[in-house]
Design a protein around this ligand. Structure first.
Ligand SMILES: Nc1ncnc2c1ncn2[C@@H]1O[C@H](COP(=O)(O)OP(=O)(O)O)[C@@H](O)[C@H]1O
Ligand SMILES: O=P(O)(O)OC[C@H](O)CO
Length: 481
């Protein structure tokens, strides 16, 4: 009988389940968009019960008799605190985009602890990561700190919360790629770190056990039979797997809500002065791989803003047609620093701006400037890398936009490849579960499953590209003031 794998992709704006066959082809998909909560400027929350409801619904919708394993992948850093006895969250999840702990991070930076934190975690002191968000929950939910210290509470990223719920509260575990985004995990020694736990004031009793990416995490009996959950990874690392980037130097860039560019760096983290992140790529059969990461907080979210807040487009895919109508020398630059700026600037207080407006600027100009800004930001990442990539594999919602993909190739000066299956995040989690359940022998077997559907070659002349990049840098400096 054919064996299928169900992949659960819990993203920032939607929860999806996709069933893949043994050739890695998607057979069925179910998705639910869920509510974003913005309780104050710069704050972003999710209701974990919404996520859990949608998870159960999408799994039930696509599950078939041939599914033999489940893989989970998730938005990273977003943190949930829950009661071990009831399984109920004590507060909404604080989402990775949330900036409420910017001042805490700034105060820690003043104490000159950042170099030591970076050496262990590969990260930087920014509210993006989980530790300061978790400390905020412990300090602001009444009684939480004392209960955490007494071992009554559990905390974790979305993967570990879903695993807990799927296994009926029997398993509190996470995987190394998610653990590494908390600021509490030593990526070199591969363990939670007591000094970091002290620094961020997080009791160890709260934290999940950390496992590799392709192994048995637990079993769920919630869908009429027992199913093993045996693949797990943060969504950007899962996309690196789904893009078959298994060798040093290979690079993928995912354009969903944010943009996350990951370059495989081999079996050791590269922790440099580059303002990029070092992060585990995966641990399979005890073998560790690492990646260098550039995290951009706003990519597709800016297109969603054009649609939902400005009403300039009705659907995201109209953006390509509108952008193509605008003259190349339109002169408008948009800096989408809506939640500060991530790599390589790390400026949590920066705010968005639009420069160069004239009476000629139209809705189409703004749409084009928005798409351009995402490619400019990616160029800032590749400029920060010690070794410029030779090609980039793209995926995520925006990868479907041909105009954007071509402009990206023009800005990066390297070919941009779009794979046949752009659901690479879900595919990566399916591949991890498939490795653990013996469907695929090793990553070499997976490399042959990847193919490019389209390749965008750079074709813009140097003078034009340099003029655009220089306009971007001017506007960026103003947003950083
Ligand atoms: N054709 C398109 N052109 C530009 N942006 C798009 C297009 N299709 C989708 N998007 C953007 O991509 C995002 C959705 O991508 P997805 O990978 O599903 O995100 P996530 O996993 O972060 O929820 C949305 O923010 C949407 O605005
Ligand atoms: O939900 P996505 O796909 O935008 O990914 C979110 C990232 O994991 C945040 O680090």
């Amino acid at each position: 009988m054919a064996r299928h794998i169900l992949s659960l992709d819990q993203g920032t704006t939607s929860t999806r389940a996709i069933v893949f066959d043994e050739a890695g082809r998607p057979l069925r998909t179910a998705a639910r968009e869920f509510r974003q909560h913005y309780p104050r400027a710069g704050w972003v929350e999710h209701d974990p019960e919404d996520i859990w409801r949608d998870t159960q619904e999408v799994i039930a919708e696509v599950l078939d008799d041939q599914v033999v394993a489940i893989g989970i992948t998730n938005q990273r850093e977003t943190i949930i605190l829950w009661d071990r006895a009831t399984g109920r969250p004590l507060h909404n999840a604080i989402v990775w985009q949330d900036r409420r702990t910017a001042d805490t991070c700034e105060a820690l930076r003043q104490e000159s602890v950042e170099p030591a934190v970076r050496a262990k975690t590969g990260l930087l002191l920014d509210p993006y990561f989980s530790a300061t968000k978790l400390a905020w929950l412990l300090d602001h939910v009444e009684g939480a700190r004392a209960r955490a210290e007494a071992g009554e509470l559990a905390a974790g990223t979305v993967d570990s919360f879903l695993l807990w719920r799927l296994t009926g509260g029997r398993v509190h575990a996470t995987d190394v790629t998610n653990a590494a985004r908390t600021l509490l995990y030593d990526i070199v020694r591969d363990c939670w770190d007591d000094d970091l736990l002290r620094l961020f004031r997080v009791p160890r009793a709260l934290l999940p056990e950390v496992r590799g990416n392709a192994e048995l995490f637990g079993e769920t009996g919630l869908f009429g039979r027992t199913l093993p959950i045996c693949g797990m990874a943060g969504d950007q690392q899962a996309a690196l797997v789904g893009q078959a980037c298994f060798r040093p130097g290979m690079v993928k860039s995912t354009y969903g809500t944010g943009c996350f560019l990951l370059a495989h760096t081999g079996d050791a983290p590269v922790i440099g002065e580059d303002r990029l992140l070092a992060t585990p790529a995966c641990r399979i059969d005890g073998e560790r791989a690492f990646a260098q990461e550039g995290s951009i907080f706003v990519a597709g979210a800016a297109v969603k803003w054009l649609r939902d807040k400005l009403g300039l487009i009705e659907a995201a895919d109209e953006s390509a047609t509108l952008a193509a109508q605008v003259a190349d020398d339109h002169g408008v630059v948009l800096v989408p620093a809506f939640v500060g700026l991530g790599a390589p600037h790390w400026a949590p207080h920066a705010r968005g701006l639009i420069s160069g407006l004239t009476l000629d600027s139209s809705a189409a100009t703004l749409v084009r400037a928005t798409l351009e800004s995402i490619a400019f930001q990616t160029r800032d990442l590749t400029d920060a890398m010690a070794e410029r990539p030779t090609a980039i594999r793209i995926d995520g919602g925006m990868a479907a936009n041909d105009w954007f993909a071509q402009f990206l190739a023009d800005m990066l000066e390297v070919p941009v490849e779009r794979p046949a299956c752009t659901e690479t995040t879900a595919l990566g989690a399916a591949w991890l579960a498939g490795l653990a359940s013996g469907i695929w022998a090793d990553t070499a077997a997976l490399e042959g499953c990847w193919s490019a559907a389209r390749r965008f070659e750079p074709r813009m002349d140097d003078a034009h590209r340099d003029r655009l990049l220089s306009g971007w840098r001017d506007a960026l400096q103003r947003a950083l003031l």
